[in-house]
Design a binder for this molecule. Structure first.
Ligand SMILES: *Cc1c(COP(=O)(O)O)cnc(C)c1O
Length: 414
């Protein structure tokens, strides 16, 4: 089993703990850059390739700035996410606006930024014209293959998903917007999430490429880009292997040769990966407040599912390291929980771990995507700080922890 590694030594973490109260998320800049470079390298056969980092995974401008330096754009789905992209200087085709159930004001903001707009429904063509104005010269649609693809537990079955245009609508949509003067076109889908099977991603590319060839012929349009979406998985469990990016890249390249080249199409290939880029490079550091023996043994920590919701939401596994007890036998079985008045506020259920005592520090792995970002204030729980471990090993706070004042900030005084 490949051991789960940490980007800092125990001594380094002890020093960080002297300055920063728990809980906090800490992100490893070197690791984030490494993942970004690996993705770019895998697709370097396509000069137009760009990953639009899904901002929702880790919505912090300091991280977006790093990713922009690595050549990435931003995939946004709300006004504040568009504003985050703007804070690091992104404009125009550096921003992909892939939203659903979209308010007119957000389309308007995206249009003003000259972001690439990806419509989620055929009715949004009229909605856009009526409420925002002229369609942008470059337009993309999100495709939902329905029963043609199977999906997985996180994203669900495509035919039950609220996203995208159906097979019966998609060609018609391009014909309509072409008629209305749109000149450049993109095509998008997102049907997998946290997927570790390379073939599944390749299959998605094959499906989209063959669809693009069909649409191109029927609607008489060319495609500027094809957006394969996100969904590349990461090995949350120690026994899982990381994705083989070369295999994916090879499969996508072959699919391009098989479906797009014969149709005379040469679109850029783009992706919208979030989790793959930052997920493995975040750690939630939390201290043990109590060890309790009820019908089960409980480790109660100072973080809650308000800091990391994935285990409660999907039953997701997050590996846990007990600082300084890495080599001790894992012979005690615990539920590791937060303090919410919700019994699903658990980071691990019946997990074998070394003997834990109050005051121990736990490091919860792989919290760099959909971790802090999913936080909430239920039960008056305040969100934690976010720290960045720089490449020179210094630590920079990139978001402070919330205080009760933040909790009261939106209330009208009595
Ligand atoms: C969430 C999301 C992504 C990113 O998914 P990851 O699993 O983080 O790669 C990309 N595109 C859309 C439209 C999304 O909703």
């Amino acid at each position: 089993m490949p051991p789960k590694t940490l980007p800092f030594t125990n001594e380094q973490l002890e020093r960080i703990l002297e300055e920063h109260p728990t809980p906090f998320h800490i992100y490893d800049e070197a690791g984030i850059r490494e993942s970004a470079r690996a993705l770019n390298k895998a697709f370097d056969w396509d000069i137009g390739y760009k990953n639009y980092f899904a901002v929702k995974a880790l919505p912090n401008p300091q991280v977006l700035r790093i990713l922009r330096e690595e050549g990435m754009g931003a995939d946004c789905s709300s006004l504040p996410e568009l504003m985050l992209a703007e804070t690091v200087g992104m404009r125009g085709e550096e921003i992909m606006f892939t939203s659903n159930g979209t308010p007119a004001s957000e389309y308007e903001h995206a249009k003003n930024l000259h972001a690439i707009i990806n419509l989620d429904d055929i009715s949004h063509i009229n909605f856009f014209e009526r409420n925002v104005g002229e369609l942008p010269p470059l337009l993309s649609f999100r495709y939902n293959p329905g029963s043609a693809r199977e999906g997985n537990v996180i994203i669900g079955k495509p035919e039950e998903a609220k996203y995208g245009l159906t097979t019966g609508q998609i060609t018609e949509a391009y014909k309509i917007v072409k008629e209305k003067g749109v000149k450049h076109f993109g095509l998008h889908t997102m049907v997998i999430s946290n997927e570790l099977r390379e073939d599944y991603f390749i299959e998605t590319a094959r499906m989209l490429f063959s669809l693009a060839a069909e649409i191109s012929e029927e609607a008489g349009i060319d495609f500027e880009f094809i957006n394969l979406g996100g969904g590349l998985g990461i090995p949350y469990r120690p026994e899982q292997d990381a994705l083989n990016l070369e295999k994916i890249s090879w499969g996508v390249k072959n699919a391009k040769a098989e479906f797009l080249e014969p149709a005379g199409l040469e679109p850029k290939i783009v992706t919208e990966c979030g989790r793959f880029v930052t997920g493995p490079h975040g750690y939630l550091v939390t201290k043990v407040l109590h060890v309790e023996h009820k019908y089960r043994d409980y480790v109660k920590v100072d973080a809650t599912m308000a800091n990391l919701m994935r285990p409660a939401l999907y039953g997701a596994y997050h590996h846990i390291t007990v600082l300084g007890k890495e080599d001790m036998p894992e012979i005690n079985v615990y539920d590791v929980t937060g303090s919410l008045c919700e019994n699903n506020d658990k980071f691990a259920i019946q997990r074998p771990l070394p003997l834990i005592e109050p005051g121990d520090t736990l490091i919860i792995h792989d919290t760099g995507a959909h971790g802090h970002a999913m936080g909430f204030n239920y039960n008056g729980k305040l969100r934690s700080a976010e720290l960045l471990l720089r490449e020179d090993c210094s630590v920079k706070q990139i978001r402070r922890q919330e205080t009760p004042k933040d909790y009261f900030a939106t209330l009208e005084p009595l």
